[in-house]
Design a binder for this molecule. Structure first.
Ligand code: MN
Ligand code: MN
Length: 297
């Protein structure tokens, strides 16, 4: 079950209203790297996890992410608060209200459509959707994705910190950013607490292809580095060694029933091209006087 405490996880001290900044903050409320996405990601993973320790961690972090959602949502609400009342009550001159809500970004949408409350959209107004969550139900893959998700959330916070001078907003964002670092550490530890975590899943890779690096893009700019050189790599450069690497002829085949074969033969006959033809087409004729000309006459 969930319980709610009225105190926020971190105190939000916004210096002054700023509707344009509020709309930027929505990125971490309803955006792909935002707190709702994080909470739903770990909550759904935790519910299904068979490992008691990992399940506990996932639900702990999911619940913390909901607390972050509350913090970032409160930042949005404080930044829009000054204008919200005036707009609802028509308490300012039209021109002043207009100027107040059109300070840039999606500030007008935030005020006109959502009444100044945090809405589940990103900073460009794109609606939140569950497609942001890429869980696959295999902890060795999901934990890696979670580590990457925490990295992305950290970077978005860093960018948001860089676009505001409000010390209170910076302070709360720094807390949220720092917690994503802590989560990344927990997920990484949890990943390596699974002894067989690479490759992800159960099946080993085919030994023939697991240690080869195919230099597919060739020309000036070719580089060697730890990703393609050293003991564990076989560097495959020759074009003929990159094709039909299984030793076959590199063609796609399938065994068909006689009936299927006959139907395919028919469709192939019916749609066959005549490479020796040069048919006159609409492009040659033109669509009307002066139109569609492709050559001088
Ligand atoms: Mn968070
Ligand atoms: Mn997090």
């Amino acid at each position: 079950m969930f319980m709610h405490n009225k105190r926020l996880m971190y105190t939000v001290r916004v210096s002054e209203p700023n509707p344009a900044l509020a709309s930027l903050m929505l990125e971490q409320f309803g955006g792909p790297q935002g707190e709702l996405a994080a909470a739903m990601r770990y909550f759904t993973q935790g519910i299904a996890d068979e490992d008691p320790g990992r399940k506990d961690m996932l639900i702990d972090i999911a619940t913390e992410e909901l607390s972050h959602l509350e913090v970032i949502g409160s930042i949005v609400a404080m930044l829009t608060k000054g204008t919200k009342g005036k707009l609802a009550e028509g308490a300012d001159a039209t021109a002043d209200l207009y100027a107040n809500i059109t300070q840039g970004n999606g500030s007008h949408t935030l005020q006109i459509l959502y009444g100044g409350g945090p809405s589940l959209v990103n900073s460009a107004g794109q609606l939140w959707n569950a497609g942001y969550i890429d869980s696959i139900g295999e902890p060795t893959a999901d934990l890696r994705s979670n580590i990457a998700a925490e990295s992305r959330a950290k970077i978005i916070y860093e960018r948001l910190i860089n676009v505001t001078d409000d010390p209170g907003v910076k302070d709360a964002l720094t807390f949220l950013m720092t917690r994503e670092i802590a989560h990344q550490k927990s997920f990484e530890k949890a990943l390596y607490a699974i002894e067989n975590n690479f490759p992800p899943g159960k099946l080993p890779g085919h030994p023939e292809y697991a240690n080869k690096y195919y230099n597919m893009s060739q020309g000036p700019g070719d580089m060697r580095g730890p990703w393609n050189q050293g003991e564990q790599w076989e560097f495959v450069e020759q074009r003929h060694d990159q094709q039909a690497v299984d030793g076959g002829d590199g063609n796609a085949t399938v065994r068909l029933a006689a009936e299927e074969m006959a139907a395919i033969e028919k469709v192939s006959q019916r749609t066959m091209s005549r490479p020796d033809s040069n048919p006159t087409t609409g492009a040659d004729l033109g669509a009307g006087p002066g139109a569609g000309k492709v050559k001088q006459v």
